[in-house]
Design a protein around this ligand. Structure first.
Ligand code: PXP
Length: 247
């Protein structure tokens, strides 16, 4: 199985909201997230990921509705474990949901979800979404107790948080990679193993050493490269790097 690429387009909405959060009725609102999704798909994106945060700082409900209507690849909705978001997911029916922690003051999702510390609510949310035919992933740190808890909560997939790996250097980075490898081995084959956060064109080669990966979710580095190359070539280039993967 080829390693799939989910392209997170939140930062296209970040750029839009930087101006239009204050003037939502402006005659021209750009950049358009629908156009971004089209361009990412043209470059080979296997799914489109958005995080509709409780504070609506970038993606808005209307974006989710429009993407749901136009996408010809799966929509992966990242969301907090709240009743509000579960209700919206049941309405929008993305193919996948990824449960993530949310902290109002963070710039981006900082750590994985503490499944153990929030077990009953997580389990209940997963069951509700699965009953509606949505496959559910949990974004967790590469911590074996969290992998076990994700399994007990009946998650279909885990997404391993690669942020600590991405922020480390030298031996510390090797140690983080070992944690990711052990977590992936433990999750497979009972859960699909995805990974994401802080993955870029330089460090992705090391990420490809993690076994059993099905999909990477990448946002910031692709959108950053797209400023110079355009989004379709930026996605294409990342897809070419992923083609070297063998599980
Ligand atoms: N996966 C999850 C669960 C995330 O929250 C994010 C960031 O929004 C990503 C992947 C993508 O991270 P990055 O933007 O650093 O590639």
């Amino acid at each position: 199985m080829p390693l799939l690429l989910g392209v997170n387009i939140d930062h296209v909405a970040t750029l839009r909201q930087a101006r239009y959060a204050l003037s939502p009725d402006a005659p021209l609102i750009e950049p358009c997230v629908i156009e971004a999704a089209r361009a990412a798909i043209a470059g080979g994106a296997d799914s489109i990921t958005i995080h509709v945060r409780s504070d609506r700082r970038h993606m808005l409900d209307a974006d989710a509705v429009k993407l749901r209507e136009m996408l010809n690849v799966p929509l992966n909705l990242e969301m907090a474990v709240t009743d509000e978001m579960a209700g919206l997911a049941l309405k929008w029916k993305p193919e996948f949901v990824c449960l993530v922690p949310e902290n109002r003051l963070e710039i981006t999702t900082e750590g994985g979800l503490n499944v153990l510390g929030n077990f009953d609510k997580t389990r209940m949310t997963i069951a509700k979404l699965q009953d509606a035919g949505i496959r559910v992933s949990i974004f967790i740190d590469p911590d074996l107790t969290q992998v076990e808890a994700a399994g007990e909560a009946c998650a279909d997939m885990i997404e391993l948080h690669t942020g600590s790996f991405a922020n480390a250097v030298g031996d510390a980075q090797e140690a983080e990679l070992s944690r990711l490898i052990e977590a992936a081995k433990m999750a497979h084959p009972s859960m699909q193993v995805n990974a994401g956060h802080g993955i870029h064109y330089q460090n992705v080669a090391s990420i490809l050493r993690i076994p059993h990966l099905a999909e990477l979710n990448i946002g910031h580095s692709i959108i950053s490269r797209a400023v110079f190359t355009g989004l379709t070539p930026a996605v294409k280039e990342m897809k070419e790097l992923l083609a070297a993967y063998s599980a």
